[in-house]
Design a protein around this ligand. Structure first.
Ligand SMILES: *Cc1c(COP(=O)(O)O)cnc(C)c1O
Length: 396
């Protein structure tokens, strides 16, 4: 027999059976009307999930990292300045990608566990009298630390500074799981990936691009071919793709969005909040705290749990995998060993999360961390008993 537990990593996430089936497609001529019929609902669905009133949706056979690269190469030129706060491994990696493309990154070093510092961003933009900053990069949900940043607040800071930079948002671990307002927040490019909130296998970078970012392409000279939005949009207009599209993933995306919308996006967000809150109750009962510095920063998709002094978060993750067949996330970079991460996004129910918490407790007991078996589970159970709605998940 082969057994498969749910994963509790912050992506890739568990794939609903019906999404796996939707991805299982016979070969289809991507230049035929059949492809256009399949493609359109996926693009329109992304538009609704991102809450885009205008602009373009772009789907690229890539991952989130490819989405970052597409965002900058389509809109910027070598030597351009971008402003970015660094407060975790993912915000760091986007900065690194920009630097490798010859961009000048004005970095706001921010302690890990904090989010994007609005006042500092506003001050940096105000100080930029010549308008040299072309884009502000923001990581909506820093997956390494479990920190959510206030994207609407960044837009207000940009407006308060009267600065015309574009706003690029990494929403890879938030979009589809936490509220996102592309137009409401004045986002110019949003980047998501198929394997997190969209509950698909990895392989699609999913982008929303504003009219302002589209206009920036006219003068942007960074080299791009595979990621060129112009090629994409010219082909999309004819119902096609500039190269061979991953047909199965695109079919799966349309179906995954159907699932999110049949549950109701607001209900999806409420479920993620409830799952996350139960996890937070559990870690409080264990005498631990989230790595995120304060409650308004707590992510509803991933919690980085600060482990007690003398304990090794990576040892817990390794034991969970080797003994119980359960995946948690290790601490990355500066927080390696100091945290372990519980991903609570995608296809998960309260009952599934309880199994993850119970597994973490077994590992803690095995490792002699002095945690009472059942303590965190009981705290989460108490919270879920009082908050879970009847028929929490839409039947597939
Ligand atoms: C997962 C993730 C990415 C991108 O990862 P890929 O492996 O390239 O899909 C980028 N940013 C954040 C915040 C992420 O969580």
């Amino acid at each position: 027999m082969s057994f498969q537990n749910s994963v509790f990593i912050p992506g890739p996430t568990n794939i609903p059976d019906s999404v796996r089936k939707a991805c299982d497609m016979p070969t289809l001529d991507h230049r035929s009307p059949a492809f256009a019929r399949l493609f359109k609902p996926a693009v329109e669905g992304v538009r609704r999930v991102l809450k885009m009133a205008d602009g373009e949706v772009i789907l690229i056979p890539a991952t989130g990292t490819g989405g970052w690269e597409a965002a900058v190469t389509n809109t910027l030129s070598p030597g351009d300045t971008v402003l970015a706060a660094r407060f975790g491994m993912f915000s760091h990696r986007w900065i690194d990608l920009c630097q490798r493309h010859g961009l000048n990154v004005q970095i706001i070093e921010t302690p890990w566990g904090q989010g994007a510092p609005l006042a500092t961003i506003e001050a940096a933009l105000k100080a930029d009298k010549t308008g040299s900053i072309k884009a502000v990069l923001a990581t909506h949900n820093e997956t390494a630390t479990g920190v959510k940043s206030d994207i609407g607040g960044i837009r207000r800071a940009m407006d308060a500074a009267g600065h015309g930079a574009m706003l690029f948002v990494d929403g890879v671990s938030s979009i589809g799981s936490m509220p996102f307002e592309f137009t409401g927040w004045g986002v110019d490019i949003a980047v998501a990936g198929s394997q997190k909130g969209f509950m698909l296998p990895a392989g699609l970078a999913i982008l929303g691009v504003s009219p302002k970012a589209i206009a920036a392409m006219e003068t942007a000279t960074l080299p791009r071919t595979f990621f060129d939005f112009n090629d994409m949009l010219a082909s999309y207009a004819k119902g096609g793709f500039p190269y061979t599209p991953p047909v199965g993933l695109i079919a799966g995306l349309a179906h995954a969005i159907d699932l999110l919308e049949s549950e109701g996006l607001e209900n999806v967000y409420a479920r993620h909040h409830r799952l996350a809150e139960g996890v937070r109750r559990a870690i409080t009962a264990w005498g631990m705290t989230p790595y995120a510095a304060s409650p308004e920063l707590y992510s509803d998709t991933v919690t980085a749990v600060k482990v007690p002094a003398g304990c090794d978060g990576t040892a817990l993750v390794q034991l969970a995998a080797s003994k119980y067949g359960v995946a948690f996330g290790v601490g990355l970079g500066e927080v390696a060993g100091k945290v372990f991460r519980i991903g609570h996004l995608g296809m998960l129910t309260e009952v599934m999360v309880l199994s993850g918490l119970a597994t973490a407790e077994m590992c803690m007991a095995d490792l002699g961390w002095g945690v009472t078996l059942g303590s965190g589970v009981a705290a989460a159970q108490d919270y879920y008993r009082g908050t879970v709605p009847a028929m929490a998940m839409a039947a597939e």
